[in-house]
Design a binder for this molecule. Structure first.
Ligand SMILES: Cc1cc2nc3c(=O)[nH]c(=O)nc-3n(C[C@H](O)[C@H](O)[C@H](O)COP(=O)(O)OP(=O)(O)OC[C@H]3O[C@@H](n4cnc5c(N)ncnc54)[C@H](O)[C@@H]3O)c2cc1C
Length: 303
């Protein structure tokens, strides 16, 4: 029996572990994949306060070490559900765990195209975040794959930094807000390839080009680029928790900055919850908030 079980060892989950341990609570962090979460895909972060520049792996390692040094237990397991009884039962593939409070910090996953070698190129020329990685391509030629609101934001930002932005859009039109579309179309250094699919990646260790196919003519071309940004949406993986932590239409757990869900004792922190900005700094803020609220509830006198 733990005071707090945290699902996910990304920045939100590890911060929650640090705060809960410092408040004297017993803590178990369960991680299904890699300690550190999405940030481990980022070769270089330049917007996390305290470090002018740091690799995602190093930042994740430091967070993990801090949580472990404070006495948090950390284990590998994929959580497939939570049951709400006298205690919360967290159901993993390997075991069942009991806790008085649960913090879901399961993050979100940027949608992939599912092409060969895609995972290897992520962080090596293939990115999901212009705010995070755009500066690495200053003065260069980048591609943005996607044509909705997220893609339009990325295009606007990248067109201020890069010499050229080529947009690869599968449809014959852009699908975001008209005001944003107008701003994108007004940018002289933005070229849009409509009705075009990215069907392959080129490069040895780092991405050097995209293989494109026009869906109307069937013509195949190669586009040489310095980098490419996938902007085809994110997909949270919150279905295992939906019964106790209701989701919005996009699959994010409905929770505000308090990180509380409608189920007492169940909290949602970081990229997995409804929020405007998904960054390490905002995930860390959520981890602190969720842990402090969980501790407050655990310490509240019984009614
Ligand atoms: C390539 C890349 C570059 C980025 N660069 C930057 C940057 O420069 N600056 C910045 O601020 N942000 C950046 N980000 C975004 C940042 O990494 C995320 O906002 C942040 O990691 C969110 O933290 P989180 O803890 O909420 O979720 P995540 O980091 O997604 O961590 C969630 C963890 O939960 C685990 N998990 C999920 N489901 C389960 C389950 N059922 N059972 C057990 N474990 C589970 C996952 O495996 C994962 O490890 C970048 C993201 C990417 C992909």
């Amino acid at each position: 029996m733990y005071d707090v079980i945290i699902i996910g060892a990304g920045p939100a989950g590890l911060t929650a572990a640090i705060y809960a341990r410092r408040a004297g609570k017993s803590v178990l962090v369960l991680e299904k994949d890699s300690f550190g979460g999405q940030v481990t895909f980022s070769p270089k972060l330049e917007n996390y306060p305290g470090f002018e520049t740091i690799s995602g792996n190093e930042l994740a390692q430091r967070m993990l070490e801090q949580a472990l040094a404070l006495g948090a237990d950390v284990d590998m397991d994929t959580v497939t559900g939570i049951e709400n009884g006298e205690w919360k039962t967290v159901i993993g593939e390997n075991a069942r765990y009991e806790a008085r409070a649960v913090i879901i910090a399961a993050g979100a996953r940027h949608r992939r195209l599912g092409l060969p070698r895609e995972e290897a190129f992520i962080g090596n020329g293939l990115s999901f975040c212009a705010v995070c990685d755009g500066a690495f391509y200053q003065g260069g030629h980048v591609a943005v794959i996607g044509g909705g609101n997220t893609a339009l934001q990325e295009i606007l930002l990248l067109s201020e930094i890069c010499q050229k932005v080529t947009v690869v859009q599968n449809l014959a039109f852009l699908t975001g807000e008209q005001a944003m579309i107008d701003r994108v179309l007004a940018r002289a250094n933005v070229e849009i390839r409509y009705s075009t699919l990215c069907v392959g990646y080129e490069g040895a260790d780092a991405l050097t080009g995209l293989c494109l196919r026009n869906t109307e003519t069937g013509a195949q071309t190669t586009l040489a680029v310095d980098g490419a940004f996938l902007a085809i949406g994110t997909e949270p993986e919150n279905l295992p928790f939906a019964a106790l932590a209701p989701l919005n239409e996009a699959g994010y757990i409905r929770a505000d900055e308090s990180c509380r869900t409608p189920t007492p004792g169940i909290f949602a922190a970081g990229d997995c919850r409804t929020k405007a900005y998904r960054q390490v700094a905002t995930a860390v803020a959520d981890g602190a908030s969720a842990a402090l609220n969980a501790v407050r509830d655990l310490d509240a006198p019984a009614q």
